[in-house]
Design a protein around this ligand. Sequence first.
Ligand SMILES: Nc1ncnc2c1ncn2[C@@H]1O[C@H](COP(=O)(O)OP(=O)(O)OP(=O)(O)O)[C@@H](O)[C@H]1O
Ligand SMILES: [Mg+2]
Length: 444
Amino acid sequence: MSRGETAGRCVVWVGRPSVEEHFGLIRAGWRTVVADPSRDAGDPPPCGQRAIAVLDLRQDTEPAARMLFELKAQHPDLPWIGLTGVRASADDVALKRLLSQAFHVIEGQAPLGALRQALRRATGCTTDVEADPPSLLTGNSPAIRTLSQNLRKFAPVELPLLITGETGTGKEMAARALHQLSPRRDKPFAAINCGALPASLVQSELFGHERGAFTGATARRIGHFESADGGTVFLDEIGDLPLDAQTNLLRVLQEGTVERIGSCQSIRVDVRVLAATHVDLEKAVAQGRFREDLFYRLNVLRLRMPPLRERTGDVELLAQHFLDAFRESYGTRARAFSSAARRAMNAFPWPGNVRELMNRVQRAAVIADDALITPDDLELNADTHGADRDSLGSARTSAEREAIMDCLRASAFNISECARRLRVSRVTVYRLCKKHQLAIDQLR
Ligand SMILES: Nc1ncnc2c1ncn2[C@@H]1O[C@H](COP(=O)(O)OP(=O)(O)OP(=O)(O)O)[C@@H](O)[C@H]1O
Ligand SMILES: [Mg+2]
C-alpha cells in the first residue's frame, strides 16, 4: 500500500486505546480519531467516507455499544471491528448478537498486530505504512530536529536514558516516542510517576509484593517491572524516588533482577529503563538525596527537552497543530491565528511550555468568535512584540517572574487559582515561585 492508499483512511476508535495502540495505528499510516464514550457521550465523532470503526469493548460495554449504534445510524455502511478483552461468555446473548455483525472480532489484551491485519483486510489494503518517526514530536526548530535525531540514535540501544527538561516540555512524550521507535515497541510501556506515589507504596508498585509481606498485603502483587517484562519502564520524576527504592532500582539496572517485597527470590526481568526529572540530579547527589552510583547508571544517555522559548519557529507550528487536532474533534469556527496573536505567542515566555500552549490554544478555539484567533482569545498581551528577540533571551527570565507575579496578584496569591489562569499544574506554580524566589506566605 502506498501512502496514497492510506490518505483519508481513518479509524474511529470507540473506547479508549492505549497509547501504544494509538501510536501503533498512527505509525501504520492510519489517521485515528478517538471517541471515548465516557467523555463524548451523545456526540458521535465526524466520520468520513473512508472510515472504519473499532468498537473497544474492553472497558464499559454498554456506552461503547450505544455510541457505535449512533455512528451506524448516521453511517449505515460503516464497517467495524470488535475488540473484546476476553471471549464473550456464551450466555451474553446481546453481546454475541452485536459481535456477529462485526467485520471481524479480536479477543485478547494486546490486539495491535491482529488489529492492523484486520484493518488491512477490511479496507483491501495490502501493507502498512510506517509514519515518519520525527512526526511523533511536532516541531521544526534546530533544537527539536537535533532531539529527533538523538531519539532515533538512542532508540535501538539497550541502555538507560535520562530525560531532563522543564515542566510541559514533552519528556513523557519523548519517552513514549522512543519506545515506539525501539525494537520493544510491541511490548508494554509502563509509565510511573515516582513523585505521585506515597513513599510507603513505591516499592510495592515498582517491584511487587508477596501475600502477607506487610499489613494489608492480602494478595500477591506483581510490580510494574515484572509486568513490563520485554518492554520499557518510564520512571517520571525520578528525583522523588525514596532512597530504599533507589537501591532496588540499582539492582534492576546492574543485575536485571527484581525481588518482590517479602520474598528473597530474584526474578529476572528484561526491561529498558527511561527516567525523567525536572530537578537537578547532580545537585540532589551532592545533597545526598540521590545515590551517586544510580545517577551514573541512569545518566548513560541523556536527552534534554528544550523549553519552548528556545524552540524558534515551533510555537506557531505547534499552535496550528493543536488547533487542527482540536478542530478535527469539535469542528470549531476558529481555523488559524491573527498576526497579532502570532506575535503575542512568539513573545510570550511560556512558563508551562508545550502543555500551556496546548491548553491556551484549546481554550481560545472554544471561545473565539471569528475564524482567526486573537491575542485576547489566548489571554495574551497583544502589546508584547517579539521584535527584540535577543534582548528577550535574558529578559525572558524576568518576564517569566513578572508573569507569575502578575498572575499571583490577580489570583490573590491563591496557588490553585493562579495555576488555573496560567493553565499549568499547581506543582509548576510552586516550582516557578521557588525558581524566582517568590515567598508566597510572605507575599500574602
Ligand atoms: N512536540 C510535541 N508535539 C505535540 N504535543 C506535544 C509535544 N510536546 C509535548 N506535547 C504535549 O504537551 C503536553 C505535555 O507533554 P509531557 O507530559 O510529555 O511533558 P512533561 O515534560 O512530561 O511534563 P511534566 O514535567 O509536567 O511531567 C502533553 O499533552 C503532550 O501531548
Ligand atoms: Mg511528565
